[in-house]
Design a protein around this ligand. Sequence first.
Ligand SMILES: Nc1ncnc2c1ncn2[C@@H]1O[C@H](COP(=O)(O)OP(=O)(O)OP(=O)(O)O)[C@@H](O)[C@H]1O
Ligand SMILES: [Mg+2]
Length: 347
Amino acid sequence: MKRLEVKKLDFAYGRNQILFEFDFSLEEGQIGCLLGPSGCGKTTALRAIAGFEIPTKGEIILNGKKLNSSKLFVEPEKRQIGMVFQDIALFPHLSVEENIQFGIRLLPKSLRYERSNELLDLVGMSQFKKKYSHELSGGQQQRIALARAMAPKPSLLLMDEPLSSLDEELREQLAREIRIILQQEKISAILVTHDQNEAFAVGDHISVMHQGRVQQNDSAYNLYHHPLNRFVAEFIGEGTLLTGLISSNDTISTDLGDIKFNLTEAFQLQEKVDLLIRPENVILSHDNENKAIITARYFRGSSYLYNLKTSRGTELLCLLHDSEVLNINQLIGVRLQIDRPVIFRCP
Ligand SMILES: Nc1ncnc2c1ncn2[C@@H]1O[C@H](COP(=O)(O)OP(=O)(O)OP(=O)(O)O)[C@@H](O)[C@H]1O
Ligand SMILES: [Mg+2]
């Protein structure tokens, strides 16, 4: 049995429809991510699942129990769902320990302390238990918010950009820690983020959203290597699109040479298509007849990312280890190496 099933959820604020047939599901102990640009409906989707918003259509089923229908609406506090909100708000007048105990304040004192000590340990904050939120850093507050939401042992934990106020390094580290903590507690969770590295570090699967619709629900690998549409191709990872022509059953002809592929039913001979070119598909070789000029260079630690422009105006990205440093305006030969081309129909 699935832990969570969300089926074709529609939601509107007044006449403004925000979610369109939103589908999402989680197995027990799984962590799913919602990834998408600002305003695409991530928070709204979480709020609907938690019961703070009432969907216009669709179903939410948690542990096999329906939470909403035309006749039924389970109140948020009866859903066994924990939520960490986008703007963490610890209670300022309560200590760290009292914050964590807030959702279990009806338990006997000894059990309450046992659980809060266990969680303080889990999030590595035991020495801070008597402190107040103003005495904690942003990252420490986020750990406490997480511990507070986990205290009542929810069936499902919803986390809305819990790491957004942290710098990148700490964000990825804490994202990995959260993954371990949730697995230890066997809690299924949805993590909302607009940072793909965070989603890649935490998610068993990732739903990429755009304008209220799930565009693709998949593994990080498939989102990067097999994006289903242009939005996902451009949103995940780096790359550019190169126009080509399907010139035969197994060839796409481009300004930068022929690319091998297998014609499927979705495309026709002589059709114009856009080919996704990731930085690793662009190979620089001094002797190649196709030339491009370096237009920009970005330091990436162990490598440099280059922007290139061919004589016909095609833009490309290329990643090179820093043993070989190229200069802006330098002319260089380029070729493409693509094993499994990703192509889209031209609009
Ligand atoms: N209370 C509200 N009343 C009316 N419209 C709202 C309300 N809350 C959000 N919206 C609209 O719903 C859309 C989706 O908002 P939502 O907060 O779900 O986006 P998000 O994906 O969480 O964005 P962000 O990454 O910026 O947090 C936006 O266009 C927003 O303006
Ligand atoms: Mg949001």
